[in-house]
Each structure stands twice: as structure tokens, then as C-alpha cells.
Design a protein around this ligand. Structure first.
Ligand SMILES: Cc1cc2nc3c(=O)[nH]c(=O)nc-3n(C[C@H](O)[C@H](O)[C@H](O)COP(=O)(O)O)c2cc1C
Length: 334
């Protein structure tokens, strides 16, 4: 099945800048969209609720203005992430604002609900639901999501444990709609690999934390630049759900990464904020395993240009490699 036009026709690179709790905000989203990838933010980053109205107005107007001035290079669409979890007491109102602004793409996490998909479909929007295994993927599609975001092992924030190969090939065995692969993607080559694996788009989070526009502290950005895959710790201590975090930030918070206590899942809270979740994300820094290649903190637009150049280079290299294989098998057949 083809990608919906909104995800097919306006991207310079097949990628989504994924939603990042606390970190994503209009400046980052606008930088991502004007550089040609889908930009996104969790609606709960806008607090109080009235700020969400302001953010949506700002993003919508700025992108429309960009499109008027750059008809040859229109912006990519933006997305809003809704946490569909019982602790999110703003879901209803946030969703109404998405309807008011006709947010092109809505990304749902931590719960699949038919009425959320129906609300987005009412104005022609597209929904993508993030999942960590095939069972959740099937449930999301049953509830009316248009596409899936398989979150593989090594992804920043709440992540699964499955290999991206296992996850994407299992989902592709029955689902031919839009798929955006999440987890440790930080180069143009990896974006192409995600497509070769069967995904349509790459879903990139941690690489955008180390950009100028990201609303993260300088210490956080610097720790990403200085860390690699083996500095990432997988634990459920901080939010009740397993996720990946920068080990040095756990040490800096006075904890021993080798002897962390076990979390109480009943304390899980994503929605109302002001308690463990916000504190966890502010002091203990979420991050995926793909950061070993990040060596600076550029503007998001510069990172995206770099990814585009790497992606094109990887396409050329792959074409050369596959041509070699074709020549070898043709020679053997002759
Ligand atoms: C600090 C941080 C915060 C995140 N916050 C959210 C969030 O609020 N909602 C969400 O759906 N995903 C969230 N994620 C997950 C990302 O959207 C995405 O799945 C992940 O970052 C992709 O893996 P990568 O970081 O290895 O690129 C977060 C990830 C990180 C690192």
C-alpha cells in the first residue's frame, strides 16, 4: 500500500523527527519541517493547555508562511503525539485542538483507542501508533490506526527489546500500510537500511536531542556527544515502563546503575506531570543506542542536510553493491 500523500509528497528525506518529552517544542518542529522531515512534539510538552493552542497556531502559521515563500520546497507536515494512557487527563481537550488545527499526523502512544483515530480521520488526518511487538501492532490496526511505529531495541525513551529485523519482518508479513521504524537510527545509511528492511520511514529521536533547537540542557547534549551505545542503560525504574537512559546521568543522580531498585509499575504516570515522570526525564536523561556517531551539536537543519547527503551516498553505494551481486550471479548462471 502506498504512503498517504501527506507522508509521501512533501518529504526531502524519509524520516520523522520523533516526539521527545520536554525536549520538542515549536522551534525544533519548525526547523525539522522546513528542512524536509516530519517534525513532532508530545502535546503534553505544552503546559498549560492554553499553550498548546498557541503552539499549534505558531507552527501552522509559520509553516504556511514558509510554503508561500518557498513554493519550490514546501515544508514537511508536522505531527502531534498523544499519550493515550489513563493517567493523561488532557487527552480529550488536546485532541479537540488537533481537530481545530487539522494536525496532519497524530502519533499515539501507550494505548490504542478507536475514538482517537476517528477524531483524526474526521478532518482527513493520519494516525500512526507506536508499538513494541506484533500483538500490539495488530491491536492498533484493529482500533483504526493508519500506520505503525515499531519501536525496536535500543530506541530512546520507552523502548522494546526486539531486534528491528524481527519486528519489521513480522509486521510486514501481514501489514502493508505505513511503517516508521524507531530505534538507534542516526545516519542516512541507517535510514536507507530501515527502508530496505521494509519500513517506509525512519523515526529519529536521540539524534535531535543533540541539536541547537532541542529544549535540553547543554550538559545533556554534551553527554550525548561524548557517549556511545554501551553507555545506554535499560531500566523500568524511572517511569514503571522499560526505557533507555544515559548511564552517566544515572550516576550523576547518585544512583548505582548496576544495583538499581526494581520499579513499582502501579506508580506509572505519563499524563498529569509534576511527579515522578517529569522528574525522571529532567534528571535522568532518556537516550537511544544510536548516538555513537554524533560528534557535535548542530542546528537541526544542518543535521538533516547531513542525513540527506549520507542517504544519497548510501543509495549510490548500495546500487554499486547490488550490481556486483547481480553480475556475479549472472556470471555463475552463464
Ligand atoms: C528523551 C526522550 C523522550 C521521549 N519522549 C517521548 C514521548 O513523549 N512520546 C513518545 O511517543 N515517544 C517519546 N520518546 C521516544 C521517541 O519518540 C522515539 O521512539 C525514540 O527516541 C527513537 O529512538 P532513538 O532515540 O534511538 O532515535 C522519547 C525518547 C527520548 C530519548
Amino acid at each position: 500500500m502506498a504512503l498517504p500523500p501527506v507522508l509521501r509528497d512533501r518529504l526531502r528525506l524519509p524520516a520523522i523527527g520523533s516526539p521527545l518529552f520536554i525536549i520538542s517544542h515549536p522551534a525544533l518542529v519548525i526547523a525539522q519541517c522546513t528542512a524536509g522531515v516530519v517534525g513532532s512534539f508530545p502535546s503534553l510538552n505544552a503546559r498549560p493547555l492554553s499553550q498548546l493552542d498557541e503552539w499549534l497556531a505558531e507552527i501552522t502559521e509559520t509553516l504556511a508562511d514558509w510554503d508561500r515563500k518557498h513554493p519550490d520546497r514546501p515544508s514537511a507536515p508536522f505531527a502531534v503525539n498523544q499519550i493515550v494512557h489513563k493517567t493523561n487527563n488532557r487527552l480529550e481537550e488536546d485532541l479537540q485542538l488537533c481537530v481545530k488545527y487539522k494536525v496532519p499526523v497524530v502519533i499515539t502512544s501507550l494505548g490504542a483507542r478507536t475514538e482517537v483515530n476517528d477524531a483524526v480521520h474526521s478532518y482527513g488526518g493520519v494516525t500512526l501508533h507506536d508499538v513494541i511487538d506484533d500483538r500490539f501492532a495488530r491491536k492498533a490496526i484493529e482500533k483504526g490506526a493508519d500506520g505503525l511505529i515499531p519501536v525496536a531495541a535500543g530506541a530512546g525513551g520507552h523502548a522494546g527489546t526486539l531486534s528491528p529485523f524481527a519486528l519489521v519482518q513480522e509486521i510486514r508479513a501481514w501489514f502493508d500500510g505505513p511503517v516508521a521504524l524507531s530505534g538507534a537510527i542516526a545516519t542516512g545509511r541507517a535510514i536507507l537500511a530501515a527502508q530496505a528492511m521494509g519500513a517506509d520511514l525512519a523515526y529519529i529521536g536521540s539524534a535531535f536531542i543533540a541539536t541547537q533547537e532541542a529544549r535540553a540542557s547543554d550538559g545533556y547534549k554534551q553527554m550525548i556527544v561524548e557517549s556511545g551505545a554501551s553507555d545506554i542503560l535499560y531500566t523500568n525504574l524511572f517511569t514503571g515502563v522499560h526505557g533507555n537512559y544515559l548511564r552517566p546521568s544515572v550516576v550523576a543522580a547518585g544512583l548505582d546503575p548496576e544495583n538499581l531498585p526494581v520499579s513499582d509499575p502501579s506508580k506509572m504516570n505519563f499524563g498529569s506531570g509534576g511527579n515522578t515522570d517529569a522528574k525522571a526525564w529532567r534528571d535522568i536523561w532518556g537516550c537511544g543506542q544510536g548516538i555513537g556517531v554524533l560528534k557535535d551539536v548542530p542546528p537541526a537543519g544542518v543535521l538533516i542536510e547531513r542525513l540527506i547527503a549520507e542517504y544519497e551516498q548510501a543509495q549510490a553505494e548500495l546500487a554499486a553493491k547490488t550490481a556486483l551481486v547481480r553480475r556475479a550471479s549472472a556470471a555463475q548462471a552463464a
